[in-house]
Design a protein around this ligand. Structure first.
Ligand code: AMP
Length: 501
């Protein structure tokens, strides 16, 4: 069996030159690829010494730090299953994930130790240890004393590497089982289409409890032998300063709108940059064009999800079309289908289904749910609604679950949001369905106005009436200062429904 361990993809990239710098942190410290390899070896040995076996789950609810990256890479290397947990989760939410995943080890920030011990460890028998940014936590101390030698474990492509819990805005959150084969195929495709090389310097500011920061950003850089400018968090001002030393930046749309608020963002500050990538949530066409005016760069938008890594991307060379997510990646098949899973003609909206080595192996301990989410012939139902144009570009027009049914008519919120966003007074909007005695659901707009904009609910509704079929026009429009978003920039429509419902 050839070794499909994802860690080897990275190790191989620098086999001839381990003195290259892999990671530079904001405090000016740096780590070569050779040093990174030894730190990961120590961490892998510490995991084994903690009594864990390959295949065991390692849960980590820790702030982003280079130390937290070592844990992820060590899990890959030793064949354990990494379980990243959003640092925003509260103890009661964690309780669900931990009981469901039954990790052998839980790594937490020191201040969370008592709370975690109180809820979970007693019932699932996990070891709980602290890991903080510095070197003075339990686990970091153990790792510091462990051997710096480690033979990367032999892994098949179908061996489990990571469980990522989906954000689950409706119903129970599901653990997506991601394999080494999924990670390897996706990292190879991305490296190729985005043309990563050793000369790249990636400015890494995304959280690493999610596919975007953990897989996409980290893998592209480390499988190319590139350098990472590692930031523990995103700060727009600091990013603008660091762009001078970077070549690639990846962000969620919110990062780009914040960068546009920085006066230092200019062609000059981006002169070394070759690529800006956006994903995880839709990028407003306006952000795309404003960014191009300011910097001369057209942001490359791509589409992905926890269950499949990256699926499509706008082209590196060729037209990057605002409002679209581009073409299927090499090795990934994408189709748009009707209610009975039949492919639709170009231009028709329908459910997006995908197939490829990037597609996960199922939901952890949910065989029935997994079965429902795949067609009989093996296509995964993404839950997104999309449409291909005649040039082959895919656009995401909404989530299936987000669909509003009003008076028996289907309304895709995205279409109404685009119409609202086109109004000169509007910065951005979210459209939701609220219970309505007559229509079942009433299309409802939630709008962020430009500072000083003069308009009101009646005038917005009046304008939309001339542009949209009557049943699509919001019955009510509410104004807010900002849309509620999660850490990945996704609008939390469930909060809007609760608030305005
Ligand atoms: P997650 O599993 O948390 O990464 O969320 C995946 C979902 O984010 C996808 O199913 C899409 O609904 C959404 N998404 C990701 N990238 C984009 C994008 N570029 N444009 C629109 N939606 C996106």
């Amino acid at each position: 069996m050839s070794n499909s361990n994802m860690y080897l993809e990275m190790a191989r990239a620098v086999a001839d030159d381990s003195d290259r710098v892999a990671i530079e942190t904001e405090d000016g410290a740096s780590l070569t690829y050779g040093e990174l390899d030894r730190e990961v070896a120590r961490t892998a040995n510490a995991l084994l010494e903690a009594g864990l076996q390959p295949g065991d789950r390692v849960a980590a609810q820790i702030h982003k730090s280079v130390g937290s990256l070592f844990v992820y890479l060590a899990c890959l290397r030793v064949g354990m299953v990494y379980l990243p947990l959003n640092t925003a989760y509260q103890t009661s939410e964690l309780d669900y994930f931990l009981r469901d995943a039954e990790p052998g080890l839980i790594l937490v920030e020191p201040e969370k130790l008592d709370a975690i011990n109180a809820v979970s460890s007693a019932s699932i028998g996990a070891t709980v240890m602290t890991l903080a940014g510095g070197t003075d936590s339990d686990f970091a101390k153990r790792a510091a004393q462990a051997s710096a030698q480690f033979d990367t474990r032999l892994c098949g492509a179908s061996d489990l590497a990571v469980i990522i819990y989906t954000s689950g805005t409706t119903g129970r959150s599901k653990g997506a089982m991601v394999t080494h084969g999924n990670l390897v195929s996706n990292s190879q495709a991305l490296k190729q289409v985005w043309q990563f090389t050793r000369d790249d310097v990636l400015l890494h500011t995304l959280p690493i409890f999610h596919v975007h920061g953990l897989f996409v950003a980290t893998h592209c850089a480390l499988t190319s032998g590139a350098r990472i400018l590692w930031n523990n968090r995103f700060n727009a001002q600091s990013v603008v300063r660091q762009l001078e030393n970077a070549t690639v930046f990846m962000g969620v749309p919110t990062y780009y709108t914040r960068l546009l608020g920085e006066s230092g963002l200019s062609r000059e500050s981006c002169r070394q940059m070759r690529l800006f990538i956006s994903g995880s949530a839709p990028l407003l066409a306006e952000t795309h064009s404003q960014f191009e005016q300011r910097t001369g760069h057209r942001i490359l938008e791509r589409y992905g999800m926890s269950e499949a890594g990256m699926i499509t991307s706008n082209p590196y060379e060729g037209e990057r079309r605002a409002g679209t997510v581009g073409f299927p990646l090499p090795g990934v098949e994408v189709r748009v289908v009707d209610e009975v899973d039949q492919s639709l003609p170009v231009g028709d909206k329908g459910a997006i289904q995908i197939k490829g080595e990037n597609v996960f192996s199922g939901y952890w301990r949910m065989p029935e749910r997994t079965k429902q989410e795949f067609t009989a012939d093996g296509w995964f139902r993404t839950g997104d609604i999309g449409v291909f144009d005649s040039d082959g570009y895919l656009s995401i027009v909404g989530r299936a679950k987000d669909l509003i049914i009003t008076g028996g008519y289907n309304v895709y919120p995205k279409e109404i949001e685009l119409a609202l966003d086109e109004l000169p007074q509007v910065i951005e909007s979210a459209v939701i369905g609220l219970p309505h005695a007559d229509f079942g659901e009433a299309v409802t707009g939630v709008v962020v106005l430009r500072p000083g904009a003069e308009t009101d609910e009646a005038s917005i509704i009046g304008t939309l009436k001339s542009r949209l079929a009557g049943y699509k026009v919001p019955k009510r429009v509410y104004f807010v200062d900002a849309l509620p978003r999660n850490a990945m920039g996704k609008v939390q429509k469930n909060l809007l429904r609760e608030h305005f419902g």
